[in-house]
Design a protein around this ligand. Structure first.
Ligand code: BES
Ligand code: MN
Ligand code: ZN
Length: 496
């Protein structure tokens, strides 16, 4: 998509459509009022007849029939002013842009209303527009022989209401954030026969080369030497070789703080010997969503170059049922020295993350954030609308919440207290990997906590938001790339 600015007023730009916003008190922006005037009060009439109410996410497409330069107007409701935020604005933009794109629009102009600008920074709002249009209109690739879809190709902002600098700054940032989310969702969408751990490692190589990041791809032999036997055990059921991908961004060499991002990269999760039910198993191609978020975030961090240090560890393998597959009852030695009793081969994410987290600590991470499609229980608890968050450090929990808030990728904190420890007590090992259905998502956190020791740490279970059942706000149906923009914001916040 091409992004531009124009010195013309929005009523004068010759695009296919202009997106305008209206409040639930039926207030239009200055640009909106001008267009309404030029349309002989058509918008006002629709408000009078209550066909337009301004409620949040309401969306109407109108033809201008030559009264202004643009062929169509898309009017989106911003809802109640008490709830306004750049996040909600981004959602409204996405809905409006999608409507426009579905009606064949190729060139678009988007208004940034001054009633929002009074409350929020204009660069942030411009960034929200870019993310909203880019993500809301993104079409995941398909493998059809013929596929035809018109796409939005150009978008413009008007300098009549926005300063050049805020347009430029917001545009640049928005594009980097949106590109990262799109990459993550595309990787998650790729089928498992295309995207193997080896292919993921190749993608990481491209990212590292382009952004000048340090990279190390640790293969099976070196993983043996590192005693990553938990990770290796999960990988053994598959013919695909496992890869541990390390990326390092050094933006503040004098700073001792190093943010460690650890991603679950299971490129297909069959469940292992305790195989999953057939229904929905195809979705387990996206069990590497955490890894995708980490890799895409590293791409953005390497591009934006904030003043902070980040080390990324991606543990990537398949969870299959081959003759070398790990079994229930097996006891695994981990990199940390602690042992795991395997109760359930489908609780593989936590097993590989045990070694991933230990390795990130070894590499000098002073605070850790892991991100994973870890439990179906998280989906049961919070649905697809929120990420389940757990952690051992209030400051870091707060930092992640703020970053998630900025990204519009909501998180909800769950308790991680000693009273849950007994669920994973093993008679023969330091910890077992599954302890029944109760508190399923919390058990994931209880398990991982064993491998972070005293390092401040937050666990993000994105099993819900990684996949959307429908087009909704900025997310399209299918893989979403959820978590990516949260991680970028987190790194940027650290670099302030
Ligand atoms: N990858 C799954 C979790 C998952 C479920 C992600 C649904 C996305 C959508 C994970 O490896 C898994 O299988 N978890 C088990 C854990 C259980 C055996 C303790 C689960 O949630 O059933
Ligand atoms: Mn599993
Ligand atoms: Zn899994």
């Amino acid at each position: 998509m091409e992004w531009n600015r124009t010195s013309k007023a929005l009523s004068q730009v010759a695009v296919d459509a202009v997106i305008l916003f209206v409040t639930d008190t039926l207030h239009l922006s200055k640009e909106g009022k001008l267009i309404d005037l030029r349309l002989n009060h058509y918008l006002s009439q629709l408000m009078d007849s209550e066909e337009i109410t301004g409620r949040f996410e309401e969306c109407m497409l109108l033809h201008t029939r030559g009264e202004i330069a643009a062929q169509k107007v898309v009017l989106v409701g911003m809802g109640n002013e008490k709830k306004w935020s750049p996040q909600r604005f981004r959602q409204c933009v996405a809905i409006g842009a999608r409507k426009a794109q579905q009606s064949g629009v190729k060139e678009l102009a988007v208004s940034v209303p001054e009633f929002l600008e009074k409350r929020f920074g204009s660069a942030d709002l411009v960034q929200a527009v870019v993310e909203g249009v880019e993500l809301g209109c993104y079409e995941l690739p398909n493998y059809k022989q013929i596929s035809r879809n018109t796409r939005i190709q150009k978008v413009v902002f008007s300098e009549q209401t926005l300063s050049k600098t805020s347009i430029e700054v917001g545009m640049e940032r928005g594009r980097v954030f949106a590109e990262a989310s799109k990459k993550a969702s595309t990787w998650c969408h790729e089928p498992s026969n295309h995207l193997t751990p080896t292919v993921l490692a190749n993608y990481a190589d491209e990212v590292a080369k382009r952004c000048g990041l340090e990279i190390d791809i640790v293969d099976k032999d070196r993983l043996e030497a590192l005693n990553a036997h938990a990770f290796l055990a999960v990988a053994k059921g598959s013919a695909e070789p496992p890869k541990l991908i390390m990326l390092r961004y050094q933006g503040a060499p004098d700073d001792e703080e190093v943010l460690g991002l650890v991603g679950k990269g299971v490129t297909f999760d069959s469940g292992g010997l305790q195989i999953k039910p057939h229904e929905g198993m195809e979705k387990m191609k996206s069990d590497m969503s955490g890894a995708a978020a980490v890799l895409a975030a590293m791409d953005a961090i390497g591009t934006l170059k904030p003043h902070c240090n980040v080390v990324a560890v991606i543990v990537s393998c398949e969870n299959m049922t081959g003759s070398h597959a790990y079994r229930p009852g097996d006891v695994l030695q981990t990199m940390s020295g602690k042992t795991i009793e395997v109760i359930h081969t489908d609780a593989e994410g936590r097993v590989i993350l045990a070694d991933g987290l230990a390795y990130a600590r070894k590499l000098g991470a002073t605070k850790l954030v892991d991100i994973a499609t870890l439990t179906g229980a998280a989906v049961v608890c919070l649905g697809r609308e929120k990420t389940l968050m757990l952690g051992n450090d209030d400051t870091l929990l707060q930092d992640v919440s703020v970053a998630a808030g900025l990204a519009g990728e909501p998180v909800w904190k769950f308790p991680l207290e000693e009273e849950y420890d007994y669920y994973l007590h093993s008679d023969i090992a330091d910890v077992k990997n599954e302890g029944g259905r109760a508190a399923g998502a919390i058990q994931g956190g209880v398990f991982l906590q064993h491998f972070v020791e005293d390092t401040p740490w937050v666990h993000l279970d994105i099993a819900g938001p990684a996949f959307s059942q429908k087009d909704s706000g900025i997310y399209r149906k299918g893989a979403t790339g959820a978590g990516t923009r949260t991680l970028i914001h987190l790194a940027l916040q650290m670099g302030l």
